[in-house]
Design a protein around this ligand. Sequence first.
Ligand code: ATP
Length: 360
Amino acid sequence: MTTTLSAHPAESLADKGATVELVDVVKDYAGHRALTGVSLTMAPGEFIALLGPSGCGKTTVLRALSGLEQVNGGRILIDGVDVVNTPVNKRDIGMVFQSYSLFPHMTVLQNVEFGLQMRKVDAASRRLRANEALEMVGLGELGSRYAHQLSGGQQQRVALARALVTRPRVLLLDEPLSALDAKVRVQLRDEIRRIQTDLGITTLFVTHDQEEALAVADRVAVMNAGNIEQIGTPEELYLNPATSFVADFIGLSNQLDGELDTDTGTIAIYGHELSALGAGHAGGPVTAYVRPEDIELADDGIPGTVVSTSFLGSVRRTTVRLGDGTLVAVQHDVSARPQPGDGVHVRLKGRPASARPRAS
Ligand code: ATP
């Protein structure tokens, strides 16, 4: 096999990403159903973030797709081929985990070469490809170091190079950034996205951090209790959450008492009428989810008292206690500087809101 060093390292590592399909995947752990019928289709080169609270089954989806975990039902197809009975090392998948998981007794270069060695790639090609992969993650100079001589961010870059060096058609990332500090996290997150886009590799990224998911993914799949509650672009999820769980989980929402009128498809909240998003349930008392940016400070409206206010850089967020004791977060221009104790009025801007039934 001949490998030539390309001008752009990503070019020679690139291969077309695969189509990935999970169809009704079920996974039981000793009587506990961790996945209740997960279905998900990923287009070639798509970057999907799997987002959800702890224990909802994100890692289990990833392990099922990789073959590290056998499923109890459903189908997993890579480019249309059912891989349910295909062993891990034959699924053509690269993986990066939360823990750095580098071999401590091997240099960086040897770590990256390892997967190629297992595939019996000759020494010269191995070295060339491992160097290309290290170049791609910005560590071309550090091939002779050992894991303990690297920062956490650098170790994760090596782990990424190691996952990509075999030119897999699917990349699985299980919370790869969670052990890193905030700044490195953002840097590496953006870099992963850049490399992924260059390579066109189909990628599933598990995270419980919604900001991270919304920032990098083409689409986000929100999981709850063993299944996918909604899948959509970051904008769709934020602006048009299909369920109250998604509305509550994505972004910050105020939870306000309202009355849903199913005839008009509106929710009445403190005398304001908002259109109801995805309310497939009966009318009556509901908890409505209203974003801080969908509420404003105004000259008249619902009276309340400022509890606290925080400067967030481009905007300010102020918490107001309404007459009935309800606390409302309002996002507004930094030029307004309400002080704790000030009497103010708040007004809903009239954007649609989602809701869930509330016991009256
Ligand atoms: P986290 O964000 O905390 O990592 P997660 O969404 O990735 O959570 P999973 O690790 O997929 O969740 O776990 C889903 C459910 O399956 C949980 O209730 C968990 O306790 C259970 N579970 C996971 N692995 C096993 C196992 N090996 N044996 C038994 N139960 C397991």
